[in-house]
Design a protein around this ligand. Sequence first.
Ligand code: FCB
Length: 466
Amino acid sequence: MSRFPGDFIWGSATAAAQIEGAAHEDGKDDSIWDAFARVPGAIANGDTPEVAVDHYHRIAEDVAIMRDLGLQAYRFSVSWPRVRPGGGAPNPAGIDFYSRLVDELLGADILPWLTLYHWDLPQALQERGGWADRDTALRFAEYAVTVHEALGDRVTHWTTFNEPWCSSMLGYASGEHAPGRQSPAEAFAALHHQHLAHGLAVRALRERGVESIGITLNLTTAVPRDPADLADLDAARRIDGLFNRMYLEPLLLGRYPDDVLADIGAAGWSVPVQDGDLAAIRQPIDLLGVNHYHDDQVSGHPDGGNDGSTARPGRDYASPYPGSEFVTFPGRDLPRTGMGWEVNPAGLTRLLVRLGQEYGDALPPLYVTENGAAYDDIVTGDGLVHDAQRTEFILDHVAAIGDAIEQGADVRGYFVWSLLDNFEWAWGYDERFGIVRVDYDSLVRTVKDSGRAYAALIAAEVAVRG
Ligand code: FCB
C-alpha cells in the first residue's frame, strides 16, 4: 500500500539560467543574471551562468539520465531572452532548443512541466524599469503566447512564475538577487506587476486551450519564538503576510491582505493597483506549485538573534521584508544544510495541511515543485558521491508529504530540486543541490547515492500501483 495517490507525479526540477549555459549563443542575449554576474562581488567567486552545466548542448544525455532514474516528469524553465532576445522579436533558434527538449522528453515518456519565468528577465527590459514597470507585464503575456505557439501542441502542464517573492523582494528590495535593486517601492511594484503578468498570461493561454496551468510559490510557516509573546506573534503575522499572503490572497482571492497593506503603508510604501487589476490577477488555476526548503522561527524582539536568517552571509543586503525590518530569525536546535538552512520535514507537513485549511475551495491541487538540499559532496575513491545527508533529507520530506496527505492535504506530485548540480544564483557554484553530480571542469555527470535512492523510491511506488 502506498500513501500517495495512484496518479502522483514523481519528477525533478531545474531552471534555465542555472543549467543551460550557452548564454550568448544562437541569438540569446543578456538576462538580468548575465548582467548581474558582471557586478563585482554580486556572485560568489565571480561565478557566472555563461556555461553553467552546458545543458544546452547535452539534451540527449540529460534526458537519458532522467529516463534511467525513472522520472515521470521534468520541471524546466524557458529563458525569455533566448526566446525573445532583448524582449523583442521571437528567435527561431532559441525556440527550437525547447522544441527539441520537449521532443526528447516525450520520446522518453517524461512529462514536460514548463515554467515561463524562473528569474531571467531580458536585461533590455530591466533597462526600461524591469518588473517595476507595468509594461513588463504586457510584454510577459506576449512572450507566453510565443512559447505556447511553439510548444502548445506538445506541452500540457504550464506554470507562469517561479517564486515571485524572490524575484520581487530579493531582486528589488534586499538586492541579493538580480537586478540587485534596493528599493522597497520598486519591490512592491514588481510584486504587483508579476501578479498582473501571471493573470494576463493565464488568460491568454487559457484562450489558446491550455487546461493545466498554475504558478509556483515558495511558502513558509513563520513560527513565533514564544507563542504567548505578543511581539513574537506579531512578527509571525508580518512574515506570514509578506512571504505567503501577499501572493496567495491576490492570486486565489483577488485581494491584498489589509494588515500587510497597513504595515507597508505605515512605512511609506504601497502596491500600485489600478482598476481591474485584481480581477485580472485572480484567474482560476488548476494547480499550485509549492517550493519548500525550510520554515522559519521568528521574533519581534531584537535580542532574538538572527542565526536562522537565510541570506548569504557577508554581503551588504537590505531587508527583504520592507516595513518589518526589525523582525529577527532566531535559529533553533535543528540540523542544517550546507546553505545553513534548518532541516525540519514536519514543517512541510504543517504547511501543506494548513494551506488546505486556510484556503479551502479556493485552493487548487498542490504539487511540491521544489524541495532538496545542498551539502558539501565528497567524491570518494570509487568515483561516486555517497551523499547520505541529502538522501535522508529527500526521503524524510517525501514521508512528510505522505503525512500531509493522510491529514487531508491534496498533494499530487513531488519534484526534487535539483536534477543536476548547478549555478545557485548569488552563491555561484559553491552550493550543490543535484541528485546528479556535475564535475564543473569536465562537465561529466555522475548519479549520486541520493539519485539512486530517489529512483528506487519511484520504482517502488510505481510497482505498488500494479
Ligand atoms: C529556490 C529556487 C531554485 C533554487 C533553490 C535552491 O528558491 O527556485 O532555483 O535556487 O531555491
